[in-house]
Design a protein around this ligand. Structure first.
Ligand code: UDP
Ligand code: GLC
Length: 381
């Protein structure tokens, strides 16, 4: 792979899916490239532990705090984004390319092109719908993409379609899925997985795990509702609120406090050992109530060789073929989820087979090596 000099820019320093994906990409270019973050946090430590050079900017808090769904506020932070563009432009001196890994990073990087910085590629990993992005935010980002980006890399066909539907130029778009190394999953022994169950005091019960950050649209409440009707089943809730959604956590905790769920909901918080915790589950569920742009947890569940139940929307339907490599259920439908969980628990042969077929599919289509090649080809020449 030709080593380009890329400045990877991200506004976040938490460990979200887009950041974990960037960790893999930036590792491949670490000899020549650098990551530029708007703030400091756990992500910087992970990057540096992987031997990647990192620079942390002095961002005004308003940039970090403004929500993508806010309207007029977006205009108010533009002057601060313009200042940030200056920092990006100066950090990008001597690089061939800027790769913007988030919407805020893209806006600052696109503005930096007016200040003499190298060409910018937007790696768009969100579905640009009204649910997550205010109309003003979408318009600003799409206008900048159409006029300043040399490429828009998207994490699924669904993300690409939403970009075009929002007015984005189709010829800019290249689809690059997330890629995964199966080794951390392959090396987990049944004993290690059993140990997790022992620690949690759930040795011989059916266990269903959800591995997403706690956020309303990730839909953990749908799983809680589903297992209320399945008295044997325990749920592992893995992940924490990463983007200030503590209200949802409070709501979830009160949902879990009903007597029918007593002792059956296990709060694991953010875990660094997802592969072994997935292997401790009988079923992995993905419960997003809105279209998932890609859904790393779905592919990871497949690599753990567990049957995955995902909601049929967005990128998820590009990852799972229903009843072949996993199961799809309508988003927000607790009844359908409960029914599917029960079916898989009652029919172990089918469940094991779905896990095996899912694993094959994940290894074939989402290997890190293949995805890195696709990523490199997607960059402008
Ligand atoms: N994850 C993790 N620890 C946790 C919960 C999640 O490392 O406690 C990881 C998970 O394995 C996955 C990523 O966070 O790689 C979440 O990515 P996904 O694309 O599913 O969702 P996002 O949060 O990016 O919308
Ligand atoms: C974003 C999306 C998620 C995707 C991840 C990596 O965080 O919400 O669906 O898997 O980026 O591309």
């Amino acid at each position: 792979m030709k080593q380009r000099k890329i400045l990877f820019v991200d506004h976040a320093a938490v460990l979200g899916g887009a950041e974990l994906h960037l960790l893999d990409i930036a590792t491949a270019y670490k000899e020549t490239s650098r990551v530029f973050l708007f703030t400091d946090g756990a992500f910087r430590h992970k990057l540096e532990a992987a031997g990647i050079k990192v620079r942390v900017a002095q961002a005004n808090q308003s940039i970090l705090n403004v929500r993508a769904s806010s309207g007029l506020e977006a205009f108010k932070v533009l002057p601060n984004l313009w200042k940030m563009a200056g920092q990006v432009a100066s950090a990008a001196r001597g690089f061939d390319l800027i790769h913007a890994n988030s919407q805020k990073a893209f806006v600052a990087s696109a503005l930096a092109t007016f200040r003499g910085s190298p060409p910018v590629v937007w790696h768009l990993q969100d579905i640009l719908t009204a649910k997550h992005f205010s109309s003003i935010n979408r318009r600003i980002a799409v206008w900048l993409a159409n006029n300043c980006a040399t490429r828009v890399i998207v994490n699924s066909e669904a993300t690409g379609k939403a970009f075009v539907a929002a007015g984005g130029r189709e010829e800019l778009v290249r689809v690059v899925y997330n890629g995964f190394d199966s080794t951390p999953f392959d090396r987990i022994t049944p004993e290690q997985a059993q140990q997790i169950r022992t620690q949690l005091g759930i040795k011989d019960v059916p266990v269903v795990g959800v591995f997403s950050r706690l956020s309303y649209w990730k839909g953990q409440h749908i799983l809680l509702e589903a297992i209320r009707k399945l008295p044997e089943v325990h749920a592992l809730l893995v992940g924490e609120a990463l983007f200030g959604e503590e209200e949802y956590v409070t709501e979830l905790k009160s949902l879990a406090a009903v007597p029918e769920l007593a002792g059956r909901v296990h709060w694991l918080g953010f875990r660094d050992d997802v592969p072994v915790v997935m292997k401790a589950c009988d079923i992995i569920v993905h419960t997003s109530t809105e279209p998932e742009p890609f859904g790393r947890v779905i592919v990871e569940g497949m690599l753990a060789q567990r049957p995955v139940i995902a909601t049929a929307a967005g990128g998820a339907i590009e990852l799972i073929e229903d009843r072949v490599t996993g199961r799809l259920v309508p988003p927000g439908d607790a009844k359908a989820l409960a029914k599917t969980i029960k079916e898989l628990l009652d029919d172990r042969t089918t469940a094991i087979d779905l896990g095996k077929q899912g694993y094959k599919q994940a290894k074939t289509n989402f290997s890190l090596e293949t995805i890195l090649t696709t990523f490199d080809r997607a960059l402008p020449k």
